[in-house]
Structure formats: C-alpha cells, structure tokens
Design a protein around this ligand. Structure first.
Ligand code: UGA
Length: 434
C-alpha cells in the first residue's frame, strides 16, 4: 500500500518506519526542512532503541521517503496518517491548530479517495472537526478514522510490531477494510483489531493512559501506607499482582509517573470532564498525589541530614522520566533537582542519555558527570531517580571509593534492602523498610 505520515515526531517516525517494514511504501511529511534533510540523509532524529536499524534498511530499500511538501507526500496515498503535535494550550486543553491546519490543506489537494487517520492523542470529537476541515474544500470522497497509538517510549518498535490490540474508530466499511489490510501483518498472532466509532476510539486512548496513571498512583499510596504500617510494598505488589483481575504490570511504586503522555492525558481528560459538567474526582487525586510523589524523597534526605541540606553534596543517578529514553518531559528528576537546590544542596548528576537536555534547562546550576561513578565523587548521599539497567548491578567496590558517605535514597527500588545493609549502606527506598 501507499501510505503518507504527516509529522515526523516520535509517533510519526515509528509509525512510518514500521509500516515500511511490512512492505508498504511510506512517505513522511514534515515542515521542518532541516529535519527532513537529516532524515533523507539517513540520520535518525529521535532516540529509540531498535528503530535506527529499521529506519536505515527501509530508507536504503526505497520504501521510506521524506519530504517537506504535503502535496508530494500524499500523492497516491491510500491512507494518510496525521501524527502531529497537540500541545496543551494555556488552559490545559489540547491545541488542535496543527491537526486542523493540515486537514484544511488536505481538503484542497486530495485528488482521489483516501482515509485520513488520526494517530495523535486528541480530544473526543476531533475526528468530526477533522472531517469538517477537510470537507470545507474537498472535491473527492474521503473517510476519517481515529486510530490511537499505545506505544511506550523505549520499546516502541516492539509495541508497534506486536500490539496487544489495534483500535480502529470509524463509521465507514470502506475505511475499515483498508485499515484491516494495513494492520493484518501486525495481528497475525491473533491479537484483536477492535472496531468502534470514532468518539469511543478517541476516549479509549485517554481512558487507557488515565487508568495506568491511576494504577501507578494507587501503588504509590499503598507504598506510603507500607512505610507507616511497617509492611513491604514489594510483597504487597506481588501478592495483589497474582490476581489476574489486577495484573502484575504497572504496579511498581516509585517517584511518580512522568513523560509526555500520562501527565498531559490525565490533565486533558480531567479538563474534558469539567467541560461537560462532570467532576472526575479520582483524576484530581491522581494528579495531586503524583505531583507530591516526584519530590517524595527530598524530605527524607533532609531528615537524614538533620533538617538542612545546605552545602550537602548530593549525587543524582538518572534524569530521564524512565530508562531507555532521553526524554525529560515531566521527569521527576527535574523536580528533585529544583527541590534540592532550593534547600541549598550541591548536585552532581549522571544519566546515560538525558544530560544534554537537562543541561539546556538548568545550565550550570548543577554539575554533570562523565559516568555514574564520577557523579559520586565526594557525595554525601546518592539519590536514584531513574532505573537505568547500568544502575542495577553497579561496581559497589568502586562506589565505595568515591562516596564520602554510604547513603542511598532510591526512588525506583533498584536495590534490595538486605544487600545494601550487608554492604554497610544506609538505604531508603519507596514503601520498603529502611
Ligand atoms: C505511555 C503508555 O504506557 C503507552 O501505552 C502510551 O502509548 C504512551 O504513554 C502514549 O500515550 O503515547 P510512556 O509515556 O512511553 O507510555 O511510558 P510508560 O512506560 O508507560 O511509563 C510512564 C511513567 O510511569 C514513567 O515515568 C514510569 O517510570 C512510570 N511507571 C510505570 C511507574 O512509576 N510504575 C510502573 O509500574 C510503570
């Protein structure tokens, strides 16, 4: 099939590359000339494990193309994906100007039937708006489909190639048949394509993310209870996760969820509830608890140092909102840095991928180390904010030579308490006994 993908951000690039990988001819469109030139030249513009290999192969085998021209990009395309940014506007609601702007253009230039697919996370009712924007100028038939994506950063290729389910929101048989053909190679193992109306598909995306954010937040509150009741959250997690109705995944307590999706989507769903006169109470609590959770460790560190962090040297491992990404959007580490600096602490950080982004934000307010061990030089405590693989089994002998004090505050429960005790560490984590 011939596919166009408008927008070469994270979702667009993964979508375009993975559809090329199953034999389709894909043209990705972006208004950013410098970015398009880079992509044409074989330089990938996002960090996503495994994607560069597929990207280069499909580029070389001529199935993946990039252009700045919308007209050129959609020429002959049977399906046109919109993977455009929908940043939160000032009031927190999604700004649809990119999506609707491109839709309007599409109306003018479409010269044959095509399916226009919304991949971006958009408020309920957007498919209707997209349809109206295209129809304003359209001379040919078209259909609009909502096809939310459920990719996780860091494992996006796997999530795309082997989805749990594919959600197709559409009111057109013709569009459904094309979407079915496109997705057939991805659901060969029998995972379902779930067909529904556009509005339900749009809400499905928000409901999925808000549910997962709620699940994590619930566990963060259980962790707080564990600390107060002298119980161990790891045990409780395993104990409840064995119940299939609850499930083992996404039960890990920590210093809160971050990233570009959960915070934005929980907020947007809560706002959308307000707009229709409904107070979504549980989401308000989720947002409040998560905000507190990001700096949950800081009072603990402060308490350890007798109430003041002035001049204390703190090492920070991990800056990205989760491992295997350089994404620092809503990363708890950023809030921890602010809180530590506000208390007068001196911070040295290390992250395998996210240091350049944080450097651009905080400048020389903190120091960045070459590696995880250098970050510990003279530190009186280590705070762990992201569970990168390399932090899990570090060289404890080397750590000992660097740290001024063997003190660890672990925001991701990377280590086991008994091991840390046997190594002589003062060790606090989330929801487990010190
Ligand atoms: C999330 C969803 O998982 C995807 O299904 C969805 O497609 C995506 O948002 C999106 O809307 O685009 P992502 O933001 O990449 O994906 O990251 P997750 O792996 O879901 O992690 C989100 C946050 O939750 C991270 O900060 C992570 O540390 C935290 N988390 C996750 C926990 O604190 N505990 C857990 O048990 C799981």
């Amino acid at each position: 099939m011939r596919i166009a993908v408008v927008g070469t951000g994270y979702v667009g690039l993964v979508t375009g590359t993975c559809f090329a990988e199953t034999g389709n001819t894909v043209t990705c469109v972006d208004i950013d000339k410098a970015k398009v030139e880079k992509l044409q030249g074989g330089t990938i513009t996002i960090y996503e494990p495994g994607l560069d290999h597929l990207f280069l192969r499909n580029l070389k085998e001529n199935r993946l193309h990039f252009t700045t021209s919308l007209a050129e990009g959609i020429k002959g395309a049977q399906i046109i994906f919109l993977a455009l940014p929908t940043p939160p506007g000032e009031d927190g609601s999604a700004d649809l100007s990119y999506v609707l702007g491109v839709s309007k253009e599409l109306g003018k230039i479409l010269d044959a039937y095509a399916v226009i697919v919304d991949k971006s996370t958009v408020p309920v009712g957007t498919a209707d708006k997209v349809r109206a924007a295209i129809a304003a100028n359209a001379k040919v038939e078209f259909d609009v489909v909502s096809n939310p994506e459920f990719l996780r950063e860091g494992v996006a290729v796997d999530d795309f190639m082997k989805p749990d389910r594919v959600v197709i929101g559409s009111s057109s048989e013709r569009a459904n048949a094309l979407m079915q053909q496109l997705y057939a190679p991805f659901v060969r193992q029998g995972n379902p394509i779930i067909y529904m109306d556009e509005r339900s598909a749009e809400l499905t995306k928000y409901a999925a993310n808000a549910f997962l954010a709620t699940k994590i937040t619930f566990m963060n509150e259980i962790a707080r209870m564990c600390e107060r009741l002298d119980a161990d959250v790891d045990m409780v997690r395993k104990g409840i996760g064995g119940d299939e109705r609850i499930g083992k995944r996404f039960l890990f307590p920590g210093i809160g969820y971050g990233g570009s999706c959960f915070p934005k989507d929980v907020q947007a769903l809560s706002r959308s509830a307000d707009e229709v006169g409904y107070e979504f109470k549980i989401l308000r609590s989720v947002m409040d608890v998560n905000q507190e959770q990001k700096t949950y460790l800081v009072p603990k560190v402060k308490r350890f140092f007798g109430g003041s962090l002035r001049g204390k040297k703190i090492a920070l491992w991990g800056l990205s909102f989760k491992p295997n990404t350089d994404d620092i959007r809503e990363a708890p580490a950023l809030y921890i840095i602010d809180a530590l600096l506000a208390e007068g602490a001196v911070v040295t950080a290390f992250d395998p991928e996210a240091m350049p982004g944080v450097k651009r934000m905080v400048g020389d307010k903190i120091t960045f180390a070459e590696n995880q061990y250098d970050a510990l030089e003279g530190a009186e405590a280590l705070v762990i904010a992201t569970e990168w693989g390399a932090f899990r089994t570090p060289d404890f002998d080397l750590m000992e030579t660097k740290l001024a004090q063997k003190v660890i505050f672990d925001g991701r429960n990377v280590f086991e308490g008994p091991l840390m005790a046997s190594l002589g560490y003062y060790y606090e984590s989330i929801g487990r006994r010190p």
